[in-house]
Structures are given as structure tokens and as C-alpha cells.
Design a protein. Structure first.
Length: 178
């Protein structure tokens, strides 16, 4: 039992250090020896603190393809962290149709991450309708691939996990066996 707890704590700490900005200096080793769960919870609190989220709302007026939309006011929004097939590629229409079904005519929350715009001046955003992150949903449905770069930080792990679910389940046109 104690051995399992120790392995869980070590696994958690390794995962934390590999996927976050925490360093070994953040651990209170005295507290870890005396109250291991308390220290793990304290470290988890440090890791899960999210930066101030900058967002605004707008109605989606047109679907351009499987990973970009137009919003009221005419701004083009590129969905962060994902890339959909282009015209003529296998998943193009399916991804575009699903994005349309999920967003067209609806008021969306546009969540900004590190960068505001790409080189062409398009907004780079996560799109949320109610509590659903559309970027993550498209990945989970197996309709898009991930495009993880320095602009993708906030929902990076959610996107990776969603794509892994789709791959493992051979879900959607991206991951079905052909």
C-alpha cells in the first residue's frame, strides 16, 4: 500500500516536471516526507494555476473550412491547435460540416492564447460554445489533426488527450482504418 502511494507520488511529480514550468526547487521536501499528499495537492495547485484568460464573444457567421470561421464584423478566426484537411482531401467536407453544425449562427466565446494574430492578420483563438471547446471537440471526433506550436499553451494537454482518444478508438475520418 505504502509502496503504491510512493509510486503514485513519484509518477505525479515526474509528470508535473515534464509538462510544466515547475522545478525541483518548488518541492518542500520536509513537507513531502511528513505529509506527502498535502505536498502533492500544494504542487498541483501551482501547476493548475492558469494565466488570465482573455476572451470576447461573437456570432459565427460563416464556415470557411474545417478549422477557420468568419465572425460578425468580418474577422477571420483560425482555430488554435488543430489543422483540418484542405479542399479535395478526405476529411475536408466532414470537418467543415461538423464545424458548421457546432458553431454557425451561434454566439461563441473566442479565447486568446499567447499570440493574438497570425502573419496574415487572422485571429488565433480557441472557440467555445457554452462549455464546449470546439477545437478539442473536433480533435476528439477525429476530424482534424493537431498543430501544436508555441502559440498553443492553454489547452495543449486537452488537445493531445482528445486526439489520443480519437486515435485509440479509430474515431472519425482521420483515424479510421482505410
Amino acid at each position: 500500500m505504502i509502496r503504491n502511494i510512493i509510486f503514485i507520488i513519484i509518477g505525479f511529480l515526474l509528470g508535473v516536471f515534464l509538462t510544466s514550468s515547475l522545478s525541483w526547487r518548488d518541492i518542500d521536501f520536509d513537507n513531502l516526507r511528513q505529509h506527502p499528499w498535502q505536498e502533492v495537492v500544494r504542487l498541483r495547485g501551482i501547476v493548475t494555476e492558469r494565466p488570465q484568460i482573455s476572451s470576447n464573444s461573437a456570432v459565427v457567421t460563416k464556415i470557411l473550412d474545417g478549422d477557420s470561421v468568419l465572425i460578425e464584423g468580418g474577422d477571420e478566426v483560425i482555430l488554435l491547435g488543430i489543422i483540418a484537411d484542405e479542399v479535395g482531401e478526405p476529411c475536408y467536407q466532414v470537418a467543415k460540416d461538423k464545424l458548421s453544425e457546432l458553431t454557425l449562427g451561434k454566439k461563441a466565446t473566442l479565447v486568446k492564447d499567447v499570440s493574438d494574430k497570425d502573419e496574415a492578420g487572422h485571429l488565433l483563438r480557441y472557440l467555445k460554445i457554452d462549455d464546449t471547446n470546439i477545437n478539442v471537440e473536433l480533435a476528439k471526433l477525429g476530424l482534424v489533426s493537431l498543430k501544436i506550436n508555441n502559440n498553443v499553451t492553454m489547452y495543449k494537454n486537452d488537445l493531445i488527450f482528445a486526439e489520443q482518444i480519437a486515435k485509440n478508438g479509430k474515431t472519425g475520418c482521420k483515424w479510421t482504418v482505410k
